[in-house]
Design a protein around this ligand. Structure first.
Ligand code: HEM
Length: 476
C-alpha cells in the first residue's frame, strides 16, 4: 500500500465509524422528541418513562459521535493538507456555521434537557428536546453542503490554484445538497425507527417481563415500526430521484453502479446481479431484467444508458489523459459500487417488509408478537441493517466520485499531504483502529447496560443523575 491508499483507508475507516453515530443520534433524538410529545399531549406517564429510557441511548450515541467527529477533522490537516489548502475557503464557512450554530444549539439544549425534568414546565422541557433535534438536523445540513460541493462544485472561482467562494447561497441552492440531505435525513430517521423497534425486540425476547413493561415495549415497538416503514419509503423515493439526477450529473458513477461498460441498447435492461470483470470490461454471471433500467433512469420504457468506456473516453478528452504527471483513468471501482447499491436498496426493501409484518402482528391487543419469537429475532437482528445500508450508500457516493476529491477540479492524488510518510500513516491507522474498536466495545457495553434497566423504573434524570447536577443547591 502506498501513501494515498493508506490515507484513503484511514479516512474511510474514520468516516464509516463516525457515520454509525451520526444517523443514530439524529434518529434517536427524533424518537425521544416524539415520545415526549406524546407524553405532553396525553399526560400518560408511560411515554415519559420511555422518553427517559431511550433518551439515555441518545445521549450515548451523541457523545461517541462528537468524539469520532473530532478525530475525522484531524484527517484534513494530517493527511489531506493540499486538499485543505484547495478547499479551505469553501469548507470554512459551512464548518464554522456547523460548530457555531448547530453544535452550540445541540449541546446547550441537551444539557438543559438532561437536567430539567420536572423542574420546568412540561412544554418548555419538550421545547428543549425539539431544539436538540433542530440542532442535529441543521448540523447535517452544513456538513452535507460541504460534501455536496465536492460532488458538484458551485459558487466558486479558482484563484491562485485554490477554490474561492464567490456565492455562499449557491452552496445552499446546490441541487446535489437537497437530494443528499433528503436521503440522508430520511435514512437517519429510518435508523431511529429500526433501532427503536430492534432494541425493543431484544427486550421482548427476555422471558421475565412484567405486564407494565410489556405495555411500554408495545408502545416503543409500534412507534419504531411506523417510523421505519414511513421513513424507509421516503428514503427510497428520494433515492430514486437521486439516481435520475446522477444519470445526467455524474453519468460515470451511475454507469459504474449499474456495471455498464458498453452503452446499452434501447430500451436498457437492468442487471440484477453479476460480477464485473474490471480487466476485460465485461460482466460475468449476469441476470438481466429487460427494460427496467430505462424505467429507473428516465421513468419511461425507452432510452439507452451510456457505458463507462464511452464516458471514460469523453472524460479523457475533457480533463486530459494525465493530470500533474499521473496517468488518468476515470472508471471508479465497479464491483464496490454495483454491490453497494444492491445491498443498500435490498436492505431498504427488507426494512419495509419487516416493519409491515411487525405492524400487522402488533395491531391487536393480543400478544401475537410475543408468541412469534422468530419475528422478534428478525426484528432484533434488523437493528444492524440500517448501519450497513448507510455505509453502502456512502460507498456509492464517495467511491463513485473517483478519481476526484472535488469533482472535475481536484484529484485524490493532488489532495494528499506532501510530507506524510508510510510509517506515520501505518502508525496512525493502527492507533485509530484500536481507538475505534475500544470505543465500539464501550458503546455496545453501555447500550447493553442501559437495556438491562427496566423502563418502568425510569426515574430522575437518567445518566444526568450520575454526574454533578448544575442546578442542585450547593453544586458549585
Ligand atoms: C431503492 C432504494 C434506494 C435508492 C434508489 C437509493 C439511491 C441512492 C443513490 C443514487 C445514492 C448515491 C447518491 C450520490 O452519490 O449522489 C445513495 C446514497 C446513499 N444512500 Fe441510498 N438509496 C436507496 C436506499 C437507501 C436506504 C434504505 C438507506 C439507509 C437506510 C440509504 C442510505 C444512503 C446513504 C447514507 C447514502 C450516502 C449519502 C447520499 O449521497 O445521499 N439508501 N442512495
Amino acid at each position: 500500500m502506498d501513501i494515498v491508499d493508506l490515507a484513503r483507508f484511514q479516512f474511510a475507516m474514520t468516516t464509516v465509524f463516525h457515520f454509525f453515530f451520526v444517523p443514530f443520534s439524529i434518529g434517536t433524538a427524533f424518537v425521544v422528541a416524539i415520545l415526549e410529545t406524546f407524553y405532553v399531549r396525553t399526560k400518560n406517564e408511560a411515554y415519559k418513562k420511555l422518553a427517559k429510557f431511550w433518551g439515555n441511548i441518545f445521549l450515548l450515541s451523541f457523545a461517541v459521535g462528537v468524539v469520532t467527529g473530532l478525530i475525522q477533522e484531524f484527517q484534513f490537516g494530517m493527511n489531506w493538507s493540499d486538499y485543505s489548502r484547495f478547499m479551505g475557503d469553501i469548507f470554512g464557512a459551512p464548518l464554522a456555521l456547523e460548530a457555531l450554530l448547530s453544535f452550540f444549539i445541540e449541546s446547550t439544549f441537551i444539557g438543559l434537557w438532561m437536567f430539567t425534568w420536572d423542574r420546568v414546565k412540561k412544554g418548555t422541557h419538550l421545547f428543549f428536546m425539539w431544539m436538540v433535534c433542530f440542532g442535529t438536523l441543521t448540523s447535517a445540513l452544513w456538513i452535507l453542503a460541504a460534501n455536496s460541493f465536492m460532488q458538484h462544485p458551485v459558487g466558486y472561482a479558482i484563484k491562485g490554484g485554490r477554490a474561492e467562494m464567490v456565492d455562499f447561497f449557491a452552496l445552499l441552492k446546490n441541487p446535489q445538497l437537497w437530494f443528499e440531505y433528503g436521503h440522508v435525513i430520511l435514512a437517519a430517521l429510518t435508523m431511529g425507527g429500526v433501532v427503536l423497534a430492534g432494541l425493543t425486540a431484544f427486550q421482548m425476547l427476555k422471558k421475565d417481563t412484567t405486564k407494565e413493561a410489556k405495555g411500554l415495549y408495545k408502545k416503543s415497538m409500534r412507534l419504531g415500526l411506523w417510523m421505519a416503514m414511513i421513513f424507509s419509503v421516503g428514503t427510497i423515493l428520494v433515492g430514486d430521484f437521486q439516481m435520475k439526477y446522477l444519470v445526467t450529473e455524474q453519468p460515470m458513477k451511475f454507469a459504474a453502479t449499474e456495471a455498464i461498460y458498453e452503452t446499452t441498447g434501447d430500451p436498457a435492461p437492468w442487471t440484477a446481479v453479476g460480477i464485473a470483470d474490471t480487466k476485460n470490461h465485461t460482466v460475468k454471471y449476469k441476470v438481466d431484467i429487460p427494460v427496467l433500467l430505462s424505467l429507473l433512469s428516465y421513468n419511461k420504457p425507452s432510452g439507452s444508458v451510456k457505458g463507462m468506456d464511452e464516458i471514460n473516453a469523453e472524460m479523457k478528452e475533457k480533463y486530459g489523459t494525465t493530470i500533474d504527471g499521473t496517468k488518468m483513468d476515470y472508471i471508479p471501482p465497479v464491483n464496490t459500487l454495483f454491490w453497494s447499491f444492491r445491498v443498500m436498496a435490498g436492505f431498504g426493501a427488507w426494512i419495509i417488509l419487516v416493519s409491515f409484518v411487525g405492524l400487522l402482528m402488533t395491531r391487536k391487543k393480543k400478544e401475537t408478537l410475543y408468541k412469534r419469537r422468530w419475528m422478534l429475532w428478525a426484528l432484533a437482528l434488523t437493528t444492524f441493517v440500517p448501519f450497513i445500508a448507510n455505509t453502502a450508500g456512502w460507498f456509492i457516493t464517495e467511491f463513485g466520485r473517483y478519481p476526484w476529491t472535488v469533482y472535475g477540479l481536484f484529484t485524490i492524488q493532488q489532495s494528499v499531504s506532501p510530507n506524510v510518510s508510510v510509517t506515520s500513516l501505518l502508525i496512525s491507522n493502527i492507533v485509530y483502529f484500536t481507538l475505534f474498536t475500544t470505543l465500539a466495545i464501550v458503546m455496545i457495553g453501555l447500550v447493553k447496560r442501559q437495556l438491562q434497566n427496566d423502563p418502568t423504573q425510569m426515574q430522575g434524570h437518567g445518566y444526568a443523575d450520575k454526574i454533578l447536577d448544575p442546578f442542585d443547591k450547593g453544586a458549585f
